[in-house]
Design a protein. Structure first.
Length: 563
């Protein structure tokens, strides 16, 4: 049984959830009431409602992080790990193609959805923070401030130039100004510092704790030099280490197996710092089984839920795995497929076979069975991944963050150095090489070396039964600084919403970051290190620009609405 009781999740899923402030589009339509009218302000709360008021705030991250068009999708679908191609005879495509190719524009649905859901969360927190009964409890106020800072962290990371509403009561018709990136940064850091130490070190799923605050601060510090390249220096990495050192003293530990972090319930997992709880019949939404499996492939787990055959692994990434790395089998399936009884699964008389190669993102696209499929999250019979808890921060991430910072600073810090970094990475790897433990050991030279990823354009534009027409460029990964560490982050944090940040943070010898400078599958890199406009996404047209003439489009993107 998960730490959240079903009765409370049920309450969060019905009148209190929608009536208060879940942040779901069906409950809080920000396109109609973007800032000055919030659903909860039209609801008369009774004293009996107060205890349940927080549950919608805790659970609203489900849609933002893990819902359809969620943050995890944006972060990984645009990366070098996996994609959703146009599926010949099935569909997909549209917004997934420009997301993969990094031809971002303001009308891609991912951005509208992320903006609306994140600001629904901000508005929910602000509404409760104006409630007199809530304000009588310092603990309640601090947790709401933490959640608000978390939403702003995501918004800042994605869009940078965002409106900053600190919770004041506004007059009807009020529209916010865009804050400068520095102002938003300062506000998030200030809020987190002010509430730091106000919680327990451990808590139930979905609840803030001291480790969550430290992780948020550490994430901000780790990313600082990519957020503000003109202000880059080593001091931010040392601040990140300080936060991680505090977490390392709180009693967290690595789970005995990698897959334990992605089980149906992770409430008891020693690695979980902060996670979103799900519960069958009351709170679902982890739809990765539906995204990845083809319809016939449901028979492997007796799934009754729908399937779309959308996602496919990029072959270039799959080829980076060590043959003895257990994480490959923990995360992927490929080849001929069998049902739950062990019998072959057939489609039109031919056995279902998930191939290694993908054809192309759109010309002609990919056929239904092309691409290896993700099974990282627990596949429950009938419902697949729908009710799996979703981890946001875990202890392995903390250890890898400290390792990265130690590799980026000069010399040692508080007695730790680059050798400590190698030991931390090795510690994370140890559980993944049970048949060959020696392979788990990582050296400083390996982490500082280039990536083993064979970057470059790799596309076959031929249709099935036609001669192959490969378009291939060879870029490799030898020119990536700390490329060995970048590979480690991919293997460990695949499909957890990390990859975009990592690719932006890691640099190439020509001055470009990997996010912009490298090609993979059908996405082509650029060679101009000064062009970093794609580090942030365009301000969405429908959710933001059309409703607020005060907002300006992000540099490098053109929208008539922003002129």
């Amino acid at each position: 049984m998960k730490l959240y009781k079903k009765a409370l999740l049920s309450l969060a899923g019905v009148s209190a959830a929608c009536g208060a402030m879940t942040g779901l589009q069906s409950c809080t339509d920000l396109s109609e009431h973007p800032y000055d009218i919030i659903t909860s302000e039209r609801y008369e709360f009774t004293d009996a409602d107060r205890a349940a008021m927080f549950l919608p705030v805790y659970s609203s991250l489900r849609d933002f992080v893990w819902g359809w068009f969620g943050f995890t999708d944006i972060s990984d679908m645009a990366s070098d790990l996996w994609c959703v191609p146009y599926r010949i005879g099935i569909g997909w495509g549209d917004l997934y193609i420009p997301t993969h190719k990094h031809t971002f524009h303001s009308e891609i649905g991912f951005f509208d959805t992320a903006w609306e859901r994140a600001y629904a969360g901000v508005n929910a927190c602000n509404t409760l923070l104006r409630d007199e009964l809530i304000c009588e409890s310092d603990a309640s106020v601090n947790e709401l401030r933490g959640y608000r800072a978390l939403y702003y962290y995501f918004l800042f990371d994605m869009f940078r130039n965002i409106p900053l509403d600190k919770g004041e009561l506004h007059e009807a018709g009020w529209l916010p100004e865009q804050a400068s990136p520095q102002e938003t940064w300062d506000y998030i850091i200030s809020e987190l510092k002010d509430i730091k130490g106000s919680f327990n070190d451990h808590s139930a799923l979905g609840r803030f704790n001291n480790a969550t605050v430290c992780m948020l601060l550490a994430k901000m510090y780790l990313q600082h030099n990519s957020y503000f390249p003109e202000q880059a220096d080593e001091s931010w990495y040392k601040l990140c280490i300080d936060e991680i050192d505090e977490i390392m003293g709180m009693g967290y530990s690595l789970a005995s197996s990698y897959s334990e972090n992605f089980a149906l319930s992770i409430a008891a997992c020693p690695e979980t710092i902060f996670a979103i709880p799900y519960e069958e019949d009351y709170a679902g939404g982890n739809y990765y089984a539906n995204l990845w499996m083809c319809n016939a492939g449901r028979a492997t787990w007796n799934l009754v839920s729908w399937a779309t055959s959308g996602g496919g692994a990029l072959p270039q990434f799959i080829e980076t795995y060590d043959v003895d790395d257990k994480r490959y089998k923990d995360c992927w399936i490929s080849g001929p497929q069998y049902d739950s009884k062990g019998d072959p699964i057939y489609i039109d008389g031919v056995q279902l076979n998930y191939t290694h190669e993908l054809r192309s993102i759109d010309v002609p696209g990919c056929y239904e069975q092309e691409g290896e499929r993700l099974v990282k999250y627990y596949m429950q019979e009938k419902w697949g991944t729908s009710y799996d808890d979703q981890v946001i921060f875990r202890y392995a991430d903390a250890l890898m963050m400290k390792a990265e910072c130690l590799l980026r600073i000069t010399g040692s810090y508080k007695g730790d150095n680059e050798n400590t970094a190698a030991e931390l990475v090795t510690q994370v790897r140890m559980r993944n090489f049970p048949t060959n433990p020696a392979k788990a050991i990582r050296t400083v030279a390996q982490l500082r070396g280039g990536s083993c990823y064979q970057y470059g354009h790799r596309e076959n534009t031929a249709e099935m039964d036609q001669p192959d027409n490969w378009i291939i460029t060879n870029e490799g990964g030898a020119d990536i600084e700390l490329g060995g560490l970048l590979d480690e982050l991919a293997w460990e944090f695949l499909a957890e919403g990390h990859r975009r940040q990592d690719l932006i943070r890691f640099m190439m010898s020509n001055g470009c970051n990997v996010w912009n400078g490298k090609s993979w599958f059908c996405k082509d890199g650029i060679s101009n290190p000064a062009d970093r406009h794609a580090d942030i996404f365009p301000i969405p047209k429908g959710a933001a620009l059309d409703g607020n003439p005060k907002l300006k489009q992000n540099p490098g993107y053109s929208d008539a609405a922003a002129e």
